[in-house]
Write a protein that binds this ligand. Structure first.
Ligand code: ARG
Ligand code: ZN
Length: 884
């Protein structure tokens, strides 16, 4: 491998490019092993660059075979140019604008890293973000170089009848001999190289049209494997709704004659927003009642929207450099979350998003991989497509909306689109738009982008009955992290209500402390104090309503206060929050209990009573009730513990508590299960999905009792299922218990779905996530299964990823065998696909909070990875941050 200790890239070192590229003409002749790329670039000095007159031209390039190079039509010979492992240098290019023509050859078949041009089940496709274009041709492969692209693609008619690239189609024809053909595409919008894409293959098309609000007719195409066209309708429907939504909510219209999506089976991430040609992991396009769960339908809807929304937030306005990644990702996640909230239930969407943030981003921010939403240093940028940049980045945008209110926020967005269209900009440019429309000072707010870590708000509320007044004190702390010992207090919008005796919100006045808007307090200092008047009885505080900021709040509340909040809070998010907290806290108290049995019974009885009240409430919808019924997971409870975590002990306490709650709620759960019974025709709409979610949540909880009748019900649920939501839910549950039907159900599912490469991933995952002691052995055996392929990221994620990230009990086996297994697999994968390997290493991110024995075993496994002689830059960076 190349350099073992590469130098970090620093935000502080950013310089404008010395050269610009205005137009790019590419001629790409696709071939499985020898794809030839002829690139014609018109290049000129950047008038903005501060560099001296004699600037060599340095182009990025990796794993390219250079065939020829000429400048202004004259062949260049060494030493006029030089090449090395990472690029090409022309020592003294002309001062005047010039044309550079370069011919390179790449090998798609051997491309297991899946960056640049590669083959996925016989389909040529490309992935350029972040720095994959340099694996196609030599280029200024950085986001602040915007060029207009024309692409001619040539391929065999037989294997690649479909030829696609960015922009609009210009021409296509068959070549003499009729074996080869070509297509020409032109993209009128200047774009950075990371948005470049091509596809060539034998694919089926689902097409449709969309007319934009100003009357532009757009041809929409979704390309999928032959025979799968019917499974693309949901994605098409989602696309059209996204296009309309961006017009109404943000005034953004589409800007090309065509919009194409291609689904491929081998893909490192979820999807990619290449201009006019989104490329998707097929898992996020294909759906039918028989093959996709409701969760998959939801993911498809939100990712199709996400990639489409990038057309404005990412493509029309892009990032100046990769440190600004959250400029497009955080903002676009915020936008797709809003879209989903308006397409479904806003509260349930909020719960789902916060669950996700806490499960993925909080641990990242509390461990060795912690980094600011806008990092200021990286070694491998692909390691920064993180929950912090994406999900916390979205929360930061949402806080701006909370601070400004809907209308002002929209005005700020309008200004952003107007001011920066066609530019590559920074977070400062983005935030300045909101400062400009509001006259507010956002300088303290900027710390959300520059400081890492989850702020802790320790709150205390006192009540003075005589004065009818209450005082709230908020202490803010932000733990030091590597390289940043001292952190400054952040600006936190804290949404709050005080609930009175009858459960209604009190109409209090704020007499001391700053209110940003009614009900939203400004937390600005290490200690911020508030005084409220007109508080007529002892208030129960409802803090951080709707999760108004990505922080942790602690305040002393009794179990009765939590139950009271579960019944009365007008903020439904906080009702769920109270329920979740109540359950997690109950489980944690069992851990140190001297006499656990009676304690389980009493804790469970109290919690079950509160839950039952909510389940019987006719005003709450099924999807919301399902969220209440999903008790916090073992991983959720482990996070609450945060030090000396022993997953086996937590698992036991969790099981005891859940089983006891199920016992207490037996009749209610039976009712819920019966009332939501199936038999209706499948529809993916939110209401039907909510009903299924509630039924399956009830089934899960009932199964926790572990009685014969529960296992019988579970098997029947599987056998009678008429859609994948129910079938997959039952499969996962049954794979996790020693039910008599376990083996036969697993076998049945396999036989039914072995020919479907997407559905079979559920079969791998279900077994990998089982808490049974045999799981690691099963996973090892499945690694040699004929349908498992270590070069296919979806397979790696379904089996190894599901085990390492979705099975806290067995991954964290006391003997360390889970860690050893992962270390070994990471090394094997790293040799093929560094991006996927480095993601898998992320499973170790919280190892420091484990109890000492497990912690040492995890550390030893990490050390073995670190000691490997050939390690990618991706894994090297992650493993050294973990061990430092
Ligand atoms: N921009 C893509 C998105 O929509 C993600 C691409 C990530 N690719 C990568 N190689 N890290 O979120
Ligand atoms: Zn994105």
């Amino acid at each position: 491998m190349k350099s073992e200790h590469p130098k970090p890239v620093l935000l502080a070192d950013y310089r404008a490019p010395e050269y610009l590229i205005d137009t790019v003409n590419l001629d790409i002749a696709l071939d499985p092993t020898k794809t030839r790329v002829v690139s014609k670039l018109s290049i000129r000095r950047n008038p903005q660059s501060k560099s001296t007159a004699k600037a060599p031209l340095r182009l990025d390039g990796e794993l390219l075979h250079l065939e020829s190079i000429s400048l202004n039509g004259k062949k260049l010979r060494r030493p006029a140019y030089a090449i090395d492992d990472t690029g090409l240098t022309i020592a003294s290019p002309p001062k005047e604008p010039f044309t550079l023509e370069v011919t390179t050859v790449v090998n798609p078949e051997k491309n297991t890293a899946l960056q640049g041009i590669y083959l996925s089940r016989g389909v040529y496709c490309s992935q350029c973000e972040a720095q994959g274009f340099r694996r196609i041709t030599y280029f200024l492969d950085r986001p602040d170089v915007l060029a207009r692209y024309t692409v001619r693609l040539e391929a065999d008619v037989a294997t690649a009848p479909v030829l696609l690239a960015n922009g609009n189609p210009v021409a296509r024809a068959t070549l003499p001999g009729r074996k080869r053909h070509y297509a020409v595409w032109h993209d009128p919008h200047p774009k950075p190289s990371y948005l470049f894409a091509i596809v060539g293959g034998d694919l089926a098309l689902l097409d449709s049209t969309f007319t934009t609000k100003s009357g532009r007719k757009v041809d929409l195409g979704i390309y999928v494997e032959h025979g799968k066209e019917a499974r693309a309708h949901w994605a098409m429907d989602s696309l059209k709704r996204s296009m309309r939504w961006d017009e109404t909510r943000f005034g953004r219209e589409y800007d090309l004659d065509v919009f194409n999506i291609v689904a491929v089976s081998d893909f490192n991430m979820g999807a990619m927003e290449n201009k006019g040609l989104n490329i998707f992991n097929d898992r996020l396009i294909l759906a039918s009642a028989e093959t996709a769960t409701d969760t998959t339908y939801e993911s498809i809807e939100s990712v199709v929207a996400h990639e489409y929304f990038h057309n404005w937030t990412g493509n029309r306005i892009t990032c100046r450099d990769w440190f600004q990644l959250c400029l497009k990702e955080g903002l676009t996640v915020y936008r797709d979350q809003e879209f989903s909230a308006e397409s479904r239930s806003r509260t349930v969407q909020r719960i789902t998003d916060v669950r996700q943030l806490r499960a993925l981003q909080f641990p990242e921010d509390q461990g060795p991989l912690s980094h600011p939403v806008r990092p200021d240093t990286y070694i491998e940028i692909n390691n920064f497509y993180t929950a912090t940049v994406y999900e916390k980045g979205a929360e930061v945008v949402r806080m701006i909306e909370t601070i400004l209110g809907r209308e002002k926020f929209r005005a700020g967005m309008d200004l952003y689109f107007e001011r920066h269209d066609g530019q590559a900009v920074t977070i400062e440019d983005f935030v300045a738009c909101f400062a400009d429309v509001s006259d507010l000072d956002f300088s303290q707010f900027m710390r959300w982008y520059t400081q890492s870590g989850t702020p802790e708000l320790v709150c205390d509320l006192t009540f003075d009955r005589r004065k009818k007044a209450a005082e709230l004190t908020v202490h803010q702390t932000l733990k030091p992290s590597h390289g940043k010992a001292k952190k400054q207090p952040q600006f936190v919008p804290l949404a709050i209500a005080l609930l009175g005796e009858n459960g209604n919100e009190m109409d209090f006045t704020v007499e001391e402390g700053k209110e940003i808007r009614p009900g939203v307090l400004a937390i600005t200092d290490r200690t911020t104090k508030f005084r409220f008047g007109n508080v007529t009885s002892r208030p129960v505080p409802s803090l951080l309503r709707n999760f108004s900021a990505p922080v942790n709040v602690t305040i002393a509340l009794s179990d009765d206060d939590l139950a009271f909040t579960m019944h009365h809070d007008s903020d439904l998010f906080n009702r769920w929050q109270a329920s979740n907290k109540y359950a997690a806290r109950s489980i944690l108290t069992l851990l140190d209990a001297k006499r656990p049995k009676p304690l389980v019974a009493s804790k469970a009885a109290k919690f079950a009573a509160a839950l039952e009240h909510a389940l019987r409430n006719p005003d709450l919808d099924d999807a919301y009730k399902a969220e209440l019924l999903k008790l916090p997971s073992v991983a959720d409870v482990s996070r609450e513990k945060s030090v000396r975590v022993d997953h086996a002990a937590i698992f036991e306490a969790h099981r005891a508590f859940s089983g006891a709650v199920a016992e207490k709620l037996a009749d209610t759960l039976d009712d819920v299960y019966a009332r939501t019974s199936n038999g209706r025709k499948f529809s993916p709409d939110a209401k039907s999905a909510g009903r299924r979610a509630l039924r399956n949540a009830a089934l899960s909880l009932m199964t926790m009792r572990g009685m014969d009748e529960d296992y019988t019900r579970l098997e029947t649920h599987y056998r009678k299922s008429s859609n994948m939501t129910d079938a997959a839910h039952a499969l996962v549950l049954i794979a996790g218990v020693d039910a008599p039907a376990r083996e036969s159900v697993i076998q049945h599912f396999f036989e039914r779905w072995k020919d479907d490469h997407l559905v079979i991933d559920t079969w791998f995952s279900a077994q990998a996530q089982s808490p049974r002691a045999e799981t690691l052995d099963d996973v090892k055996a499945l690694c040699t299964h004929p349908l498992f392929k270590i070069t296919t990221p979806n397979k790696v994620r379904a089996l190894i990823g599901a085990f390492a990230m979705g099975n806290p009990l067995q991954f964290n086996r006391a003997d360390g065998a889970g860690y050893d297994f992962l270390a070994e697999k990471v090394l094997a994968i790293d040799a093929l696909n560094p991006q996927v390997a480095s993601r898998m290493l992320g499973a170790f991110r919280s190892y420091r909070s484990l109890e000492p024995k497990r912690k040492n075993r995890a550390k030893a496994a990490l050390k073995r990875v670190a000691d490997a002689t050939h390690l990618s830059r991706d894994c090297r960076e992650i493993v050294s941050r973990m061990l430092e």
